[in-house]
Design a protein around this ligand. Structure first.
Ligand code: C5P
Length: 216
């Protein structure tokens, strides 16, 4: 079966997951947040106490699956809250720079997208993982706005943090994600770029639905 793929890329906390999830529900597609697989590899790296240069060991026998928004490792569900932990935020970009980690996760994402229609969000979906996607979207927003959104989200989850800490983490991740040598965050040539700084969620969804209709 030829499946339909929608790729949403963008900087950290630009609204990719929120938008992607709503869009997937509207279209009745599977929502795949690729960031969670990089976060899972990072969790394994932390648990195995891996150092720089050893991160590829985190994805040896990486038996993962994503179903109905849930992540499974060796058949067991991994709570998403565990993957959103601050320690993972701090290490996920360095782990994601490892070329073996990227290769293994890219193959898993491609396998999943061959099985069902997907809305997939990440950093390199339109450029590397699904270059033949039906529609490519790239989301941006100012660093201040993104830090403020992420800070509110963390506070609501009861996480003990400060605006400055969140701001600095996003800034650091933007730099590493955009400048790494393997699959850096870039805007695919054929992507629609949406700046979400001053847009409400439903305004972004309406825009994307219009792009989809325009392509049908
Ligand atoms: O999207 P999220 O912020 O959860 O992603 C966490 C990290 O995973 C990013 O900062 C980036 O380093 C990495 N990532 C990536 N490629 C993707 C998705 C995420 O390198 N496709």
């Amino acid at each position: 079966m030829k499946t339909r793929k929608i790729a949403i890329d963008g900087v950290a906390s630009s609204g990719k997951s929120t938008i992607g999830k709503i869009l997937a529900e509207r279209l009745n597609y599977e929502f795949i947040d690729s960031g969670f697989l990089y976060r899972l590899a990072t969790l394994i790296a932390l648990e195995k106490d891996l150092k720089k240069g050893e991160y590829s060991l985190a994805v040896t026998d990486f038996n993962v699956d994503i179903k109905d928004g849930k992540i499974f490792l060796d058949g067991d569900e991994v709570p998403l809250t565990k993957l959103r932990d601050k320690n993972i935020d701090a290490l996920v970009s360095p782990v994601s720079e490892d070329s073996t980690v990227r290769e293994v996760i890219t193959k898993e994402l491609q396998r999943i997208s061959e099985e069902k229609n997907v809305v997939m969000v990440g950093r390199d979906i339109g450029s590397v993982v699904l270059p033949d996607a039906f529609l490519k979207i790239f989301l941006t927003a100012t660093l201040e706005e993104r830090a403020s959104r992420r800070f509110k989200e963390l506070i609501l989850q009861g996480v003990n943090t400060t605006f400055e800490e969140v701001y600095e983490n996003l800034k650091m991740r933007d730099i590493i994600d955009s400048s790494r040598s393997v699959a850096p965050l870039t805007i695919p040539k054929d992507a629609y770029v949406i700046d979400t700084t001053n847009l409400k969620i439903d305004e972004v969804i309406t825009l994307i639905m219009e792009f989809i209709r325009g392509k049908e």
